[in-house]
Design a protein around this ligand. Structure first.
Ligand SMILES: [Zn+2]
Ligand SMILES: [Zn+2]
Length: 490
């Protein structure tokens, strides 16, 4: 806890003033003047060596999901969990946090954050009403998220291969060139999130942060806020950062050097995984542990959860926006009716044309559902999330499990029996429709209309699955963290 020198009350960091503010006597102070360690020294004599790279924190652990948050305010209690949305008093313990190198302090207040979120939500027509409720919006919590920010420098001679292709009659003439030059480029603060509890999809959506505003870390900036704990290794994203810098430099070389513009530039030594190639003879790379500000809110709906986040520096919003299925069906039903009336007034539809259209729509909705199931599978297994993957791999290694891991069970992506029957009927109806139109040449109108009604029923049924899948994609599984004890990983 950071104490007000004038009155002894708790000081909190104020994003508007960028000062430490006392709620009690109204004084304000420079955040750099305070150190949480001063508070700890009163209670016990701590080892000097340890104090240099650690600071005192209270770690809150959720009894339901195991999610953890840190705070420098030792006398507060956390009454809900931001990760799983449980409203329960979180267990707390005193621990040592590892000092990150940099911090970008909050500059958006909670009010700014709510306003930015409401702006997005008001535009989301089909969002369930609860998402706009006061209780929901009050749940925004300021959390510093751990990031790795990499600085990359490229200098010295550059060697690239260039290629031009031209056509002469039946021949394609390819000319190869060796391109060389000098480079002096530097990248600062290429950032990747360093917590496996904070998904890459959110951190990418919240990007970019202006890293020019990063300053050396002081615990005082955390007062009044929480912080998530870093558990992803520095090496995980370093290749990605190096590859990113490589791509950007090659792009710049091409666009700023007129002589190079006509070439297709290639680097034959570039690894397939998009790491840095060998074009730049000298490259240095540094990873810095950093903390970036995020306003974070979770909303729990049964066994699913949604996150809404606001960039605490820029005010950019990234939110999961599910839809109210009833609202959506009602809306699209009315819309379909209007379209049908219009079409019926202006066009003379033959039964055959109607059946062809119905069959195409049926196929389309089943295809969409298949794509959705695939996306859900990827999202649930965290296939696209490097942080989650690396932590999962480390856990697997720690278990020393020699047996092949079983296929992950993903009930969200499985088809329900009703869904299977619908799909089966859908395929059947398309086959029958094709037979009727191309082979049997049915003359009466009635069978066509019967088929159309059958298709319409199937369509409505499977459209509901589309909406259900959409909501699965717009929400998340309740998290379950398996973090090992001890304070050294913070
Ligand atoms: Zn005071
Ligand atoms: Zn929890």
């Amino acid at each position: 806890m950071i104490v007000c020198p004038s009155c002894g009350a708790n000081l909190k960091f104020d994003p508007t003033k960028q000062r430490m503010l006392c709620d009690f006597c109204g004084s304000d102070f420079d955040p750099k003047e305070f150190d949480v360690k001063a508070d700890a020294q009163e209670q016990q004599v701590t080892e000097q060596t340890e104090d240099l790279d650690t600071y005192d924190v209270t770690v809150f652990t959720c009894p339901q999901c195991g999610g953890e948050l840190m705070s420098v305010d030792s006398n507060t209690a956390a009454a809900f969990c931001s990760f799983c949305g449980a409203s329960t008093i979180l267990n707390s313990r005193i621990a040592k946090g590892k000092r990150p190198e940099f911090i970008i302090p909050f500059s958006k207040t909670k009010e700014d954050c709510k306003e930015a979120y409401l702006k997005i939500v008001r535009r989301a027509l089909f969002i369930p009403r609860e998402y706009k409720s006061k209780e929901c919006i009050d749940g925004f919590r300021g959390i510093y998220m751990p990031y790795w920010s990499y600085d990359v420098k490229q200098s010295g001679p550059v060697k690239l291969k260039g290629k031009t292709e031209s056509r002469s009659g039946d021949y394609i003439i390819t000319k190869h060139y060796s391109l060389s030059g000098e480079i002096d480029a530097s990248y600062e603060g290429l950032s990747y999130d360093a917590s496996s509890s904070f998904s890459d999809s959110i951190s990418e959506a919240l990007a970019p942060y202006d890293v020019k505003q990063r300053i050396p870390f002081e615990p005082s900036y955390m007062s009044g806020f929480y912080a998530d704990i870093a558990d992803v290794d520095k090496a995980v994203y370093s290749k990605e950062a190096a590859g990113f810098a490589y791509d950007r430099s090659v792009e710049r070389i091409k666009s700023e050097t007129p002589e190079f513009r006509k070439f297709t530039i290639e680097d034959e030594n570039r690894p397939a995984d998009k790491g840095p190639g060998t074009a730049f003879s000298s490259r240095t790379m540094k990873g810095h542990s950093s903390m970036y500000p995020v306003w974070f809110m979770s909303y729990r709906n049964g066994d699913r959860i949604t996150y809404a986040t606001v960039n605490g520096q820029t005010g950019k919003v990234a939110a999961d926006l599910p839809i109210d299925v009833k609202k959506y069906l009602l809306f699209s039903g009315v819309l379909a009716l209007i379209i049908f009336v219009i079409l019926n007034t202006f066009l003379v539809l033959t039964p055959k044309a109607v059946l062809v259209t119905a069959s195409i729509l049926t196929i389309a909705v089943f295809l969409i559902n298949a794509v959705q199931r695939n996306t859900i599978k990827k999202a649930v297994t965290g296939e696209d999330d490097k942080g989650i993957q690396s932590v999962a791999a480390a856990a697997k290694k720690a278990m020393k499990d020699k047996k092949k891991a079983p296929e992950p069970d993903i009930p969200e992506a499985k088809m329900s029996p009703v869904e299977k029957i619908t799909l089966f009927c859908g395929i059947g109806s398309v086959v029958i429709a094709a037979l009727m139109i191309f082979f049997i040449h049915v003359v009466h109108d009635m069978p066509y209309y019967v088929m159309c009604i059958f298709d319409a029923v199937l369509f409505v049924l499977s459209f509901r699955f589309t909406l259900k899948n959409y909501n699965i994609m717009a929400t998340r599984r309740l998290p379950q963290f398996d973090r090992k004890g001890g304070d050294d990983r913070a």
